[in-house]
Design a protein. Structure first.
Length: 128
């Protein structure tokens, strides 16, 4: 019957895609971002949701929780650096926008000076 054939074909295609996906290496930075999104969904929203301005010093909050979520300091730094670069983060950085902590609570506001500084200088994270 045609319905069974179509269902079998669809299942075979799904299995093929899954096996192909398993062969592709996962970018470790994207893996880390995925963990941050899992543990802190309000601070690290998934597409298509807009990104939010992060609290200044949020990296310190993440470093305090690094061991509990199974991440190293270097993994956190690399993920944050990637997270705040690019169009989606730049779009959320408007003067007066609330900065968000790991729990999604307001933790300050974006200033015009911060936007100007961000546009002039690349992202730098505290070495600790």
């Amino acid at each position: 019957d045609l319905a069974k054939q179509a269902a079998a074909k669809k299942e075979a295609q799904k299995q093929k895609r899954e096996s192909e996906n398993k062969k592709l290496p996962v970018d470790p930075v994207l893996r880390t971002i995925g963990l941050l999104q899992k543990h802190f969904p309000l601070a690290f929203p998934k597409k298509p949701s807009a990104k939010v301005p992060l609290k200044i010093g949020i990296h310190k909050d993440l470093l305090e929780r690094a061991e509990a979520i199974g991440l190293t300091a270097n993994e956190i730094r690399s993920a944050l650096k990637k997270w705040v670069k690019g169009k989606r983060y730049a779009e959320c950085m408007v003067a007066g926008a609330a900065r968000i902590d790991l729990q999604g609570k307001e933790a300050g506001f974006v200033t015009k000076d911060e936007i100007e500084r961000a546009n002039k200088h690349p992202v730098k994270l505290c070495p600790t």
